[in-house]
Design a protein. Structure first.
Length: 71
C-alpha cells in the first residue's frame, strides 16, 4: 500500500528489503505448515481427501445390466 519510488537508489533498496521480508515470511509459514502436517501424520491423523467408498456388488450388478461408466 506504500508508494515506493523505485527510480531512486533508496526506493530500489526499500523495495528489495520489503520483498526479501515478504519472501522470508512466506518461507516461515511454509515450514510451519509442513511441520504441522508431519506432526499430525506422526500422531496418526489421516490427511487428504477421503477416498470415495463404493459397493462392489452394486458395481457388478450395474455392469451386468448394461450400465457403462459414462452413464
Amino acid at each position: 500500500m506504500e508508494n515506493i519510488d523505485t527510480s531512486s537508489p533508496m526506493g530500489k533498496a526499500m523495495f528489495t528489503i520489503t520483498s526479501a521480508i515478504a519472501e522470508l515470511e512466506a518461507d516461515l509459514i511454509r515450514e510451519r505448515v509442513k511441520a504441522g502436517l508431519a506432526n499430525a501424520k506422526a500422531k496418526g491423523a489421516k490427511l487428504g481427501r477421503p477416498s470415495p467408498g463404493f459397493d462392489e456388488d452394486e458395481l457388478i450388478r450395474l455392469r451386468k445390466s448394461g450400465v457403462t461408466i459414462r452413464g
